[in-house]
Each structure stands twice: as structure tokens, then as C-alpha cells.
Design a protein around this ligand. Structure first.
Ligand SMILES: [Cu+2]
Length: 237
């Protein structure tokens, strides 16, 4: 009996191919696209905002009162949740952006910053004191950089889709998330819990919400040409 033998080099090549390479996103012009919009609600009684204790550099960091940003509910709506389409590989053009993350008053603003993979983030230090930006990333190279008062901007590029937690080693309460999306369909909920994904080619997709404390929720959504499809989510503990 004849055995089928795979050449060793072919096996090695296939094994080395990254999954992201197989699922590469193909962006271009979308005509007759539809949209998905809606609200993310918080299930249950809204938690009372937790006050953060400012233990260092009070003259700069304690100028404004701070509350724990890890679960913000406004009028029953969930703030800072990221809504994405997880299974789209062809649609509108993916534009890497140049986005800003401010540390003004020892607080990251915005707390959750979403962008397309390949984007650059300008991390600003207008405080006149030392910050330290520490990323907890796996797909992208992790970084841990001191940002003294004279270093007003540090720019980092994020090439791979990943949700990255950022912390400041100087000020333990400082915490932010970079949501690096695999495609251009992402939206961060605002104070009204609202989100909108535009120029989506007609089809059925998996629409997912991510929240740093509440985890994930998803549903199948059918988008029709030139129409807005309303979707609502409810997330709780
Ligand atoms: Cu800091």
C-alpha cells in the first residue's frame, strides 16, 4: 500500500500561518450598506459610583473627584461598552487612525478607546508630573514606559486586534482599555448607552458587546440594504 507523505516543509509552512492571515479583512467601497444601531442597557439596580482614593501627587491628581470607571451606568444605560461585528471579513475600508489618550489630572480619558488595528495612539502627559504607561498586551508587544513631565507625548502603534489593559505604575487607580478591532465595525457606548455601526453590507452577522467588568454578550443580526436595524442588549452581573 502506498503511503501519502506530506513534504516536511509544507507542514511547517501551514503550521506557521497565523490564523489572522487566513481571516484577513478585505476593505473597499460599500454601496447600499445598512446600519446597526441601538442601546446597551444595564440589568438590575445601578451600582453607586465608587469613589477612588487618591494617594499620591494629590496637588495634581486630587483636583477633581474621581470615581471607579470600571462600571458606569447612566440612567439604566451601560457606558463604555464596545459593540463590534465579529464575523465580517468584507466591508468598508479599514482606516488606521491617529487617536489620543489623555492622562490629564491622573485619569485616562477616554477610559475605553476603540480603534482599528494598525492605528497609532498618542499618549499625552499634560500633568507636569511623572506617569508610567504599562500595557498588558499579548498579541501586540507589551510596553512599560516612564513618561516624565517633560515627555508630553508617547506614541505607540497597535498592529494586531486585541483588548489591551493600560495601567500607570505610579498612580494605582489609573486604568484604561485600548480596544483594537479586527475590522472597521466598532462603536463605544456613550452616556446614553447608544452605539451605531454604519456602511454594513447586507447580510447576517454576529454582533457582540464587550464590557471590561460584565464580559461579553452577542446576537445574530440581519442587516438590510440602506436600512437601519435596531438592536438592544442587556448586560448584568
Ligand atoms: Cu500616572
Amino acid at each position: 500500500m502506498k503511503k501519502t507523505v506530506f513534504p516536511a516543509f509544507l507542514v511547517a509552512v501551514l503550521a506557521a500561518m497565523p490564523l489572522s492571515g487566513l481571516l484577513a479583512y478585505d476593505g473597499g467601497a460599500v454601496s447600499d450598506g445598512g446600519s446597526v444601531s441601538g442601546v446597551v442597557k444595564f440589568k438590575g439596580a445601578a451600582p453607586a459610583p465608587k469613589k477612588l482614593e487618591i494617594t499620591k501627587d494629590k496637588e495634581v491628581c486630587a483636583k477633581s473627584g474621581k470615581t471607579d470607571p470600571s462600571l458606569i451606568v447612566s440612567g439604566g444605560n451601560l457606558v463604555n461598552a464596545v459593540v463590534t461585528i465579529t464575523d465580517i471579513n468584507k466591508g468598508k475600508k479599514m482606516e488606521p487612525q491617529k487617536v489620543k489618550l489623555d492622562q490629564n489630572g491622573c485619569e485616562y480619558k477616554p477610559h475605553v478607546l476603540a480603534m482599528a488595528a494598525g492605528s497609532s495612539v498618542d499618549i499625552l502627559n499634560p500633568d507636569g508630573i511623572l506617569h508610567n504607561v504599562h500595557s498588558y498586551s499579548k498579541a501586540n508587544s507589551p510596553f512599560n514606559m516612564a513618561q516624565p513631565k517633560f515627555k508630553k507625548t508617547i506614541t505607540v502603534k497597535v498592529d494586531k486586534p486585541e483588548v489591551i489593559n493600560l495601567k500607570c505604575d505610579v498612580h494605582g487607580w489609573m486604568n484604561a482599555w485600548l480596544f483594537v478591532a479586527a475590522n472597521p465595525y466598532f462603536s463605544v457606548t456613550d452616556n446614553s448607552g447608544g452605539f451605531k455601526l454604519t456602511d454594513v453590507p447586507a447580510g447576517t452577522y454576529n454582533v457582540e458587546v464587550w464590557h471590561e467588568t460584565l464580559g461579553k454578550a452577542s446576537q445574530k443580526v440581519t442587516v438590510k440594504a440602506k436600512a437601519d436595524t435596531k438592536v438592544s442588549f442587556e448586560m448584568g452581573k
